[in-house]
Write a protein that binds this ligand. Structure first.
Ligand code: XMP
Length: 322
């Protein structure tokens, strides 16, 4: 039960540490981190409680943003000295996704492959008695407490890895809302770059390359997305805009570079403001900032011939394009 009105992060952390220690004892605990805020804060809390008895793994599905895995490894492995491993599963995911262009099919394949990777990689790490999950209160409310969907092996996975059942779960954040998770993260000393990060979907860039995925398309989207983020940061808008990203559309477009005809990709920029992602308004970004982003992307990412800005609210559009 959620038994408090207003969260006191310090007290919450102290209480959770006690409870985690009582539950885990000196047993081994496993956590799959996604790079997102919830699993990061959950893992940090458990690490604080049981130290090296926690083993964590970050799965790189090859659909992460530029530098994302490196940043997670830096903060948690080098900084916090967590027992954190990186599983490079890019080939596995990309080969399963090869030639698939339907958005729902892509999502299903990614969700299923996560479970396969959890099973395979989990076994390599040894035997564990407990599994940490970054479940938060809205996840429970959405599914009804104790309901079938309560089990949340990962943001985007519907089942638990082999060998685990619900009694083996440690879910220290399950009565917290997202803003409270962030407060706990800050109180635990996690950097703002981790705690305040914008939402990022589990299927990652897989649903931001429209149509079928290739490594080349993902790489050029990663570069364009990085430029967008860099310019938003330089413009001081990083904390102003709720979510912003680039989308590699399937539309090819004609252009002219050095008097030569080009036929390249159309890249879309998406930036929205929202409270809970149920509705969203496109962000009114200054045109000068957009101009700079467009000029940099078309100069630095040769395969992009045209940049457009998405001016659609949710509804009728969703935030992600797929
Ligand atoms: P849509 O596109 O439905 O997105 O308007 C609403 C919010 O949810 C994020 N999103 C996801 N997050 N797994 C996630 O963890 C997913 O499969 C997924 N799909 C969308 C999206 O980035 C936005 O913040």
């Amino acid at each position: 039960m959620r038994d408090f009105e207003k969260l006191n992060a310090k007290e919450f952390i102290a209480k959770q540490i006690e409870e985690i220690r009582a539950k885990a004892g000196d047993k081994k605990v496993l956590c799959f981190m996604s790079g997102g805020v919830d699993s990061a804060v959950a893992a940090t809390l458990v690490h604080k409680a049981i130290g090296s008895n926690l083993t964590s793994m970050l799965v790189d599905h090859g659909l992460m943003r530029k530098n994302e895995c490196e940043e997670v490894m830096e903060v948690f492995k080098n900084g916090l000295k967590m027992n954190l491993f990186l599983a490079n599963a890019e080939e596995r995911f990309l080969s399963k996704l090869s030639g698939i262009s339907d958005p729902e099919a892509k999502r299903k394949i990614i969700g299923a492959e996560f479970i396969n990777v959890f099973n395979d990689e989990g076994k390599k790490l040894g035997k564990f008695e407990f599994l940490v999950q970054g479940t938060i209160y809205p996840d429970i409310l959405e599914s009804g407490e104790g309901g079938a969907k309560h089990v949340k092996a990962h943001h985007n996975v519907g089942a638990l890895p082999e060998g685990f059942n619900r009694d083996m779960l440690i879910e220290p954040l399950k009565y917290l809302y997202k803003d409270e998770v962030r407060l706990v993260g800050l109180e635990l000393g996690l950097p703002e770059s981790v705690v305040m990060r914008q939402p990022f979907p589990g299927p990652g860039l897989g649903i931001r390359v429209i149509g079928d995925l290739t490594k080349d398309k993902l790489n050029l989207l990663r570069e364009a997305d990085f430029i967008l983020r860099d310019e938003i940061k330089k413009a001081g808008l990083e904390r102003e805009i709720w979510q912003y990203f680039a989308v590699l559309t399937g539309a090819k477009t004609v252009g002219m570079v050095n008097k030569e005809r080009t036929y390249n990709y159309t890249l879309a920029l998406r930036a929205v403001n929202s409270v809970n992602a149920m509705t969203a308004e496109f962000a009114r970004i200054d045109l000068e900032v957009l101009a700079k982003i467009s000029a940099r992307i078309t100069t630095e990412v040769k395969e992009v011939g045209r940049v457009v800005y998405d001016i659609t609210n949710k509804p009728p559009a969703t935030i992600e394009w797929e």
